[in-house]
Design a protein around this ligand. Structure first.
Ligand SMILES: *Cc1c(COP(=O)(O)O)cnc(C)c1O
Length: 397
């Protein structure tokens, strides 16, 4: 019986050039983003400029984490305590957490069979709730029909924040993920597409929003020390009216990220090469269902999802443990107890009046998920698919 031996949590090493740049920062001792010598542009300022250029937007702010970016995004958008915010029921815990942190209340929207947000439920809730904000997670890299989402936001005058934690480098119909909404947030945490351990970006085309976000992030009165920011006049009043919620990026992490950003296109291609091997392999089992992805969705598959539609809970638990015995780690979003990074919406007990989301539960009930670290090669992916298919078929019989 074949066994897979590599770790599902082992990412690639940080590139040598990034290590050299990081060591250089350490040698200077100037790790704080505003600690520069006369005329020096710090790695953090340059990283913001480079990410803004990469995405094709004028403004970018680097911060401590993706979750922090989400929270600051809502505050800069004018979210106040008690406001209602549409968001995916199928997302990661930092999303409802960030909403809760602002004192706002999530209005959870169902997931659909394609693992995206359900657009009919979104439309209904946009119409029937008084939510003026929408936090859209491109959860696990699945991009919902952005044309229809923009229509819904226009019709109901909804402010859109995109959570692009899994879509850095992805596009919808040729347009970068993160350039549809009023604000976009990215994560540079180890399991996302560039890795500084922790970190995040907030991007926008709106000068006032960026000015507020910069002040919130803890710029003190050093807001003029940003290269992907609006002119200082925009800060005239905002600098007095915006509290400091200290959450800055530092030069060490910026130095680690800059060379990775230069290479992101290639990395995205490598993820997808691995995805296609896994997808083709998984499709050899009738027990495994993988939804067709729309042509307009140019995804980056740093993970893969599939459904075992005909399996009951016991069979799914069995699949998970049989695969684990052979070294293949599958996550199950339908598990009753939250484990590791996964938690189902009904475990966020701090949300009052939680509705029952039947469709989401039904989708998650059979939904499996697997990380695709770039330390796996194509042969590894082939072997993983073989193991999962063998085990799934054995259980199905
Ligand atoms: C990782 C993640 C975040 C938050 O990122 P952190 O940098 O870990 O705070 C937000 N949304 C989704 C969907 C994520 O997967």
């Amino acid at each position: 019986m074949k066994i897979f031996k590599k770790s599902f949590t082992q990412q690639e090493a940080i590139p040598e050039s990034a290590i050299e740049d990081a060591v250089e920062v350490l040698r200077t001792g100037r790790l704080h983003r505003y600690n520069a010598i006369e005329g020096e542009q710090t790695p953090t300022e340059l990283l913001e400029l480079e990410f803004a250029e990469y995405l094709g937007v004028p403004y970018c702010l680097a911060v401590t984490s993706g979750g922090y970016a989400l929270q600051i995004a809502m505050r800069a958008a004018g979210v106040e305590a008690g406001d209602r915010i549409l968001c995916n029921a199928f997302t990661l815990a930092p999303v409802p957490g960030a909403i809760h942190n602002t004192g706002a209340v999530p209005v959870l929207v169902e997931a659909n069979e394609d693992y995206c947000i359900d657009l009919d439920d979104l439309e209904t809730k946009a119409k029937d709730s008084d939510a003026k904000f929408f936090m859209l997670s491109h959860m696990r890299g699945h991009i919902a029909d952005m044309d229809r989402i923009m229509e819904i936001c226009d019709t109901y005058n909804i402010f859109l924040i995109e959570d692009c934690a899994h879509t850095m480098g992805a596009k919808w119909n040729g347009k970068n993920s993160g350039t549809f909404g009023d604000i976009a947030c990215f994560s540079n945490q180890t399991y996302k597409h560039i890795n500084s351990g922790e970190g995040g970006f907030l991007t926008t085309t709106d000068p006032e929003i960026m000015a507020k976000a910069i002040m919130y992030s803890g710029s003190y009165m050093l807001f003029d020390r940003h290269l992907a920011a609006p002119p200082v006049e925009v800060f005239e009043q905002i600098r007095f009216e915006t509290p400091n919620f200290s959450g800055r990026m530092d030069n060490l992490r910026a130095a680690i990220l800059r060379p990775q950003l230069k290479d992101i296109q290639r990395q995205c291609e490598r993820w997808n090469e691995r995805y296609y091997v896994l997808e083709a392999g998984f499709k050899k089992s009738d027990a495994i269902h993988i939804p067709e992805r729309p042509e307009k969705e140019q995804f980056v598959a740093s993970s893969i999802q599939f459904s075992v539609l005909d399996f009951d809970r016991n069979q799914i638990a069995m699949l998970q443990s049989k695969c684990a015995e052979r070294g293949v780690m599958l996550k199950w979003f339908g598990g009753a107890e939250p484990t590791g990074y996964t938690s189902r919406y009904d475990s966020w007990k701090y949300i009052d009046d939680m509705p029952k989301l039947k469709k989401t539960e039904e989708i998650l009930e059979t939904l499996m998920d697997m990380r695709i670290p770039l330390t796996f090669n194509l042969d590894d992916c082939q072997l993983i698919a073989e193991i999962v298919v063998e085990e799934a078929n054995a259980i199905a019989e």
